[in-house]
Design a protein. Structure first.
Length: 248
């Protein structure tokens, strides 16, 4: 499966996940509203039942309207029991909907991250593919001597030997310098005797993937530049001098 097909599939799955998350979010809102209303009705019923019980105690003390007060307390108590069950069911439904919405959101976020990585990989491939079809001229090649102007082989070997020696020393010194620099990077900013350590904020670099994407959005081919040929010199060891054994 190529990256473009994979990205298209990931985007389709992400779209489905976004739809599912929206549906789950609406269901969460609906059930939460229903649970709040059920809780409010239960609170109002309990308040009315408490008032009815106080009125019943007053009726018992005064001996007036006791039967009616008892019937009201009984009716409101039964209503509280019914509303309590309804509120509990509504709360459970809201909790389940909230968990489903959280799960749908997490799945959408996961797919979004995967789709973003896949899309970035696809953009890189497209940019590289477009760049290969729009390569500008490579940098000027090294000026080389014509055959009739070539120096003697001994002179070429002499320069090659000096280059190999100096190149080996440069690499050794570069490695040693990198090691020292790595050690010094542990030191915080400040002045330590003759040494002053400073850190300058780094600048920005061109985002090649975003440039390629912007060009592609406008139907253009991003500019590319060919690389200069890599120059290498291999120097074989000089042959050992021939030593003749003395005649017997």
């Amino acid at each position: 499966m190529n990256s473009t097909t994979k990205t298209a599939q990931m985007m389709a799955r992400l779209a489905d996940a976004e739809t599912a998350a929206k549906v789950a979010g609406r269901e969460e809102t609906r059930t939460a509203t229903r649970a709040d209303r059920a809780a409010a009705r239960l609170t109002a019923a309990r308040t009315a039942a408490a008032t009815a019980r106080r009125e019943l105690r007053t009726a018992i003390r005064t001996g007036k309207g006791q039967a009616a007060a008892e019937r009201r307390v009984e009716r409101l108590t039964a209503r509280c029991a019914t509303l309590a069950t309804a509120a509990q069911d509504a709360k459970a439904e809201a909790t389940a909907a909230r968990r489903a919405a959280r799960t749908a959101t997490r799945r959408m976020d996961t797919l979004a991250r995967r789709a973003a990585r896949s899309a970035a990989h696809t953009v890189s491939e497209i940019a590289e593919r477009l760049g290969r079809t729009a390569l500008t001229a490579a940098p000027a090649a090294d000026p080389v001597l014509p055959a009739e102007e070539l120096p003697a082989v001994e002179e070429i070997e002499e320069h090659a030997d000096r280059f190999a020696e100096l190149d080996a020393k440069a690499k050794t010194y570069a490695k040693a310098a990198d090691a020292e620099k790595k050690w010094l990077r542990q030191i915080p900013v400040g002045t330590f005797g003759r040494v002053t350590v400073a850190r300058t904020p780094g600048g920005s670099v061109l985002d090649g993937d975003q440039v390629a994407l912007d060009y592609a959005d406008q139907g253009l081919i991003p500019p590319r530049k060919g690389r200069k040929d890599t120059f290498k010199v291999a120097v074989a060891a000089a042959p050992a001098p021939l030593v003749l054994a003395p005649a017997a």
